[in-house]
Design a protein around this ligand. Structure first.
Ligand code: MD3
Ligand code: FE
Length: 225
């Protein structure tokens, strides 16, 4: 546990003092949705910074361990570490892009600031995974368990078209609830919710005009080790 706030403060208030004035919805113990945390201007600013990240570190297609089956979601990263996956190496964090061999670009500062305020976690995020969902892309039910430190929360930012987010329990067979995520929404998962099963079942085409190309970008910030 490496928090600069009490465990109860996180469970009850998610980061405590910094978030009391915000529109916040508790989905589960340790799981909080901040609808429209980023307004239209902030979304544009973050998008510009993420477009620059994508120029430096182009999207790649991750592949399932062993089978080599491609993901329908395109991915890249920023931050000291990036999540990658391929047939032989499996799921892991790497400090360089799998195709260019270059270091990942830094995490844009508005995301660092939101992490500090909303998670209250003492350390800055080490990885920001950039997922791109074209219309029709999905991410099956899974747990995020490739990190060494599960005491750190995860922060997700949605940009572009809305999506149906599935939030399950700690076991794969547990009941799953559907939550619509919209552009500008921030989701925080910590404590009891850190290892919940989750996924994206559908992107709702035409629900946002933020991305000219359509589809959805999701940014997932993590502390890894
Ligand atoms: C709930 N991404 O990259 S973010 C992923 O929208 C991932 O791209 C989805 O799942 C996306 O691994 C969902 C929301 C999210 C992220 C991590 C969680 C929800 C979570 C960890 C535990 C519980
Ligand atoms: Fe995930």
């Amino acid at each position: 546990m490496q928090r600069d706030y009490g465990h109860e403060a996180f469970v009850q208030g998610c980061g405590g003092k910094g978030t009391t004035d915000l529109n916040k919805k508790r989905l589960n113990a340790g799981c909080f949705l901040f609808p429209q945390f980023f307004g239209a201007a902030a979304q544009q600013l973050i998008l510009e910074e993420i477009r620059a990240v994508i120029e430096e570190a182009p999207f790649f297609t991750p592949r399932m361990p062993r089978t080599g089956k491609p993901f329908s979601v395109a991915m890249t990263n920023c931050g000291p570490l990036g999540w990658v996956s391929d047939k032989d190496g499996g799921y892991r964090y790497e400090s360089v892009h799998p195709e260019t061999g270059r270091a990942w670009p830094p995490i844009p500062s508005p995301l660092h600031d939101a992490w500090a305020r909303l998670t209250g976690f003492a350390q800055p995020p080490q990885a920001c995974l950039v997922n791109y969902y074209s219309r029709g892309a999905k991410l099956g039910l899974h747990r995020d368990e490739d990190e060494k430190d599960f005491s750190a929360p995860i922060m997700s930012v949605s940009l572009g078209d809305s999506a149906i987010f599935k939030l399950g329990g700690l076991k794969r067979r547990d009941p799953v609830e559907s939550i619509e995520l919209h552009t500008g929404d921030v989701l925080i998962m910590g404590d009891e919710s850190r290892l919940r099963y989750h996924g994206i079942s559908r992107v709702l085409a035409g629900t946002s005009s933020l991305l000219d190309e359509g589809g959805r970008i999701n940014l997932t910030l993590r502390y890894v080790e």
